[in-house]
Design a protein around this ligand. Structure first.
Ligand code: ATP
Ligand code: MG
Length: 462
């Protein structure tokens, strides 16, 4: 490739130099011709001779520059050297008509000559007529050598320049190709790493084009997968924690009961062991049901069996169920259903579960002497139910989060006594409200109390 370019460049350069050379030869011929015409006009033969000599001096490859005067029977004017060579070479150049010079290329063995000739016919200053032919000859071998010399001198620099250009070209091509393929390479490597479970992988976003967009989407995907993985880990550890404590209680008490004949165990100890085993199995059963409910809600597989339900009755039912517990904890509980509430088309069990969850939270997080109100009111398009307590309250930043599964507020709830929950109640309540097309939210003030609202639309899509 470099060799090919070098050869073409050398050939073009050579052509150019030869062309220049031809132009110079014609210019030299015309100069000599003008000098001869001027000298003859004033009858100055020496002028012709000196023009010939000075041309000879300035152009080493000039063979001769001579004027052959036909008017003066073959008088030849020119420098001494010119005249001698003219005599020897005896050029056969035939002048053409008009001012244009004729040219004749002649090869004699290894010698190569070029002759130019042209006739002149004019009157001199005294009116006498002058006619003759101007001959100028060049030694083409010398000129060729000169051209070759020039080419030989420039060739090494030319090749080095070309090598440099080629090197730079290759480097630019490599850098360009690398720039083009780098994002694709990063994408492939990143996708592979993400596929292998390295979700911390971040693919560099190097451009704002489609590839940059793809890299950005990959990073988002990796982040989502990371979060999902974390959620899965949290879920597994929460579930195993919730299973472990009742199971170890059961195992412990069963072991106690089997450690000696039943008759040898004190009746109160036996009863305590059995009631703890029962409590634990209830707790496990409830937990497993909650997990299954949540899984169904999450997968959108819950069946909503709607029937006409009177919410006031439902609230009264739940109140009645909780009343002994409220009384035990000395909590004042009120059901407040304003006016006549039209019946709603809902899955009674699911809405009962929501109100029960909210009532059990209110009970759990309200100290003795507090007050709990469950109210419902008609809001034209929907019914709004509210469970209000005067309990410990929920910090502002946790009001949304408590609807996530297993989410429990640490402080000040740590001080709350009684049976510990699993943090699934509100997540299930939210799911149940949402399958009815409603909304659930919390208003709360720490230390003052909490209001959990939920709505049930009269005309819901599901
Ligand atoms: P579970 O309901 O599964 O038995 P839980 O009651 O802890 O357990 P959620 O009902 O989901 O779980 O409630 C989540 C958390 O929100 C609670 O642990 C508690 O920290 C906070 N919370 C819920 N209701 C109240 C309330 N009325 N007052 C203060 N904090 C509440
Ligand atoms: Mg709860």
């Amino acid at each position: 490739m470099v060799a090919f370019s070098a050869v073409t460049t050398v050939l073009s350069l050579r052509l150019f130099l030869r062309h220049e050379m031809d132009a110079n030869q014609i210019a030299s011929f015309n100069n000599f011709r003008d000098a001869v015409v001027d000298a003859l006009y004033i009858g100055d033969d020496l002028g012709v001779q000196s023009a010939s000599e000075s041309l000879q001096k300035s152009i080493p490859e000039l063979a001769f520059a001579v004027f052959l005067d036909r008017g003066r029977t073959g008088v030849r004017l020119g420098g001494l050297e010119s005249l001698e060579r003219f005599q020897k070479l005896d050029p056969r150049c035939a002048p053409a008509q008009g001012k244009e010079a004729s040219m004749l290329d002649e090869r004699r063995g290894v010698e190569h000559w070029r002759f130019y000739c042209s006739d002149i016919a004019q009157a001199n200053a005294e009116g006498a007529r002058i006619s003759g032919t101007i001959f100028v000859g060049f030694n083409m071998n010398m000129l060729e050598e000169k051209v070759d010399g020039v080419l030989q001198r420039v060739l090494p620099s030319l090749v080095s320049a070309m090598l440099v250009i080629l090197g730079l070209g290759l480097l630019a091509a490599y850098l360009f190709a690398d720039k083009l393929t780098r994002p694709i390479r990063h994408l492939t490597e990143g996708a592979k790493a993400i596929g292998e479970g390295n979700w911390d992988t971040q693919i560099p976003v190097e451009s704002s084009d489609e590839l940059g967009f793809l890299a950005h989407e990959f990073n988002l995907m990796a982040m989502k997968l990371r979060e999902l993985d974390q959620l899965k880990d949290d879920f597994v550890s929460s579930v195993s924690h919730e299973l472990r404590s009742p199971l170890s209680a059961i195992a412990g008490y069963v072991e106690l009961l089997r450690s000696k004949p039943l008759a040898d165990i004190a009746a109160d100890k036996r009863d305590k062991a059995l009631s703890i085993i029962q409590e634990s199995t209830d707790r496990l059963g409830r937990f497993i049901n909650d997990i299954l409910d949540l899984a169904k809600l999450k997968a959108g597989q819950v069946e909503v069996r709607r029937s006409k339900v009177d919410l006031a009755d439902l609230i009264e039912d739940v109140m009645a169920l909780f009343m002994p517990l409220f009384e035990k904890k000395e909590i004042q509980a009120v059901a407040d259903v304003a006016g006549a509430l039209p019946p709603v088309q809902v899955d009674e069990e699911k809405i009962r579960q929501v109100i029960t969850n909210l009532a059990s939270n209110a009970l759990k997080f309200t100290p003795s002497g507090g007050r709990i109100t469950i109210s419902a009111k008609n809001q034209s398009d929907f019914v709004e139910v509210m469970v209000q307590d005067t309990g410990v309250g929920i910090p502002e930043e946790e009001k949304e989060a408590v609807f996530e599964r297993f989410r429990q507020v640490k402080s000040p709830h740590a001080a709350v006594t009684g049976q510990k929950g699993t943090g699934l109640g509100l997540a299930i309540a939210k799911g149940n409200v949402e399958v009815h097309g409603g909304r659930i939210w919390i208003e709360s003030e720490l230390g003052k109390g909490t209001r959990v609202h939920f709505t049930i639309p009269f005309h819901s899509a599901s």
